[in-house]
Write a protein that binds this ligand. Structure first.
Ligand code: AMP
Ligand code: GLY
Length: 415
């Protein structure tokens, strides 16, 4: 089949790499893609949120199947428009994308279906928020509603911090919720209406600094699987969180289709939902893709067309280390020269995915906050770690930085 992949980051480079290796993928087009994706796909300059343009491109190129990488086109209704045009799509319609687009929507769905999540109150004004604050113990979490790329969340360790966060947010939809104690893990599930199968687990590092300190980022590294999410806990997360969500969405007439990414807190009482995303994680996807065996394009196509099947993943462990441009997550330095990707990829088990790069004449330069996602596969986490950091060392990018401690929690447990 001819597949169109939407997006331009490291996640999409990893998806493109794996889709292009699939026997059922005859032709791969990416919009807009990036220089890494151009290794596996024909790139077309088109904004994935231009819903009309995406449908027109899919028609013009006789596309059989569209795989949507990021959430914004889904929230903008690209899934609806493609389905209306009779084109198969991996990714939910806009109404089901609310699971990511609106924190309040997801909290209400959890409450109505007894899905474990932190206790919460939805408020619409600063005054309501201040009044609600006194019904919570400290620490407390303040979340702006709507897509905020992880930046709309304050974990307030004192009442003053909470008051500051509410004041800064100003009037508008907000969720105030109870702080949960535990370790975080991510679970990815393929969902087709009321049906769901576990895909893979991972753990990412959202903070910019070593030891998980400093401001939040999109993610500075990840590894898969996350052994902290044991088979028994994964089963509980499927039974108590993912499946009830899939059934509730289907019953409401807004069935979910695609990958549901659950951010879980592993509390003393079991897995509890922190948030949903309606797409693969970035950089979790880069870590997961090298573990996928079999025809990945056929797996996603089946999930999108009523033939959901269980994925097969290798027993390898993978690790992704993000190289970001200096200044990230503030204003990153743009235009720094990148060399050495080929040398890194000559090392055993290493793949270098492009997250924020562009070609300046024939020179590869940085064009984003997160620039490269260096991924390695190993027989253990320590092995994957050694290989990934050897890959990072082979890359010459003077304006970049990376965390040296990706996977530290698990590495401490196994050593
Ligand atoms: P979110 O955007 O909802 O995933 O929140 C971003 C981060 O804030 C999460 O990855 C957690 O580290 C933290 N967080 C969010 N909600 C809670 C909570 N109820 N308890 C503890 N930490 C939380
Ligand atoms: N790495 C977290 C995310 O993709 O939202």
């Amino acid at each position: 089949m001819t597949i169109l992949l939407l997006g331009s980051g490291g996640r999409e480079d990893a998806l493109a790499w794996r889709l292009a290796q699939s026997p059922s993928c005859q032709r791969l087009i990416a919009a807009p893609g990036n220089p890494g994706i151009a290794r596996w796909a024909q790139c077309v300059a088109l904004d994935p949120c231009d819903v009309v343009g995406v449908v027109a491109l899919a028609r013009a190129e006789a596309v059989d199947f569209v795989v949507v990488g990021p959430e914004a086109p889904l929230v903008a209704g690209v899934g609806d428009a493609l389905r209306a045009a009779g084109i198969a799509v991996f990714g939910p319609n806009a109404d089901a994308a609310q699971l990511e687009g609106s924190k309040g929507f997801t909290k209400d769905l959890c409450a109505a279906n007894a899905i474990p999540t932190a206790g919460y109150v939805r408020v619409a004004t600063v005054a309501e928020a201040m009044a609600a604050l006194d019904t919570f113990s400290i620490p407390v979490v303040i979340k702006a509603d709507g897509l905020a790329a992880g930046k709309g969340v304050t974990v307030a360790m004192t009442r003053n911090e909470a008051v500051d966060a509410i004041t800064r947010a100003g009037d508008g939809a907000m969720v105030i919720e109870q702080f949960m104690e535990g370790e975080e893990a991510s679970l990815f599930a393929l969902v087709d209406g009321p049906h769901a199968v576990a895909f893979a687990s991972a753990q990412d590092h959202k903070r910019v600094g070593e030891g998980d300190t400093g401001p939040n980022t999109g993610g500075m590294g990840a590894y898969s699987p996350a052994p902290v999410l044991t088979a028994a806990l994964e089963r509980r997360a499927m039974d108590e969180i993912i499946l009830p969500t899939a059934r509730a969405m289907a019953a409401a007439g807004t069935p979910f289709s695609g990958v549901l990414f659950a951010g879980l807190m592993l509390t003393r009482d079991g897995p509890s939902l922190i948030e949903y995303n309606v797409r693969f994680g970035d950089p979790e996807c880069e870590a997961i893709m090298p573990r996928v065996e079999g025809d990945f394009a056929a797996l996603l196509y089946g999930a999108a067309t009523g033939a959901l099947s269980a994925p097969v993943l290798s027993d390898d462990t993978t690790m992704t280390v993000v190289i970001a441009a200096s200044g990230y997550p503030g204003t990153p330095i743009a235009g720094g020269t990148i060399r050495g990707i080929d040398s890194a990829e000559q090392l055993g088990g290493v793949s270098v995915f492009h997250a924020g790069t562009r070609l300046d004449e024939h020179r590869l330069v940085a064009s984003g906050g997160r620039v490269l996602a260096v991924t390695a596969k190993g027989s253990s986490l320590a092995d994957a770690h050694a290989r990934a950091y050897a890959g990072v060392a082979a890359i010459d990018f003077a304006d970049g930085f990376h965390r040296r401690d990706i996977g530290w929690r698990e590495l401490e447990r196994v050593s």
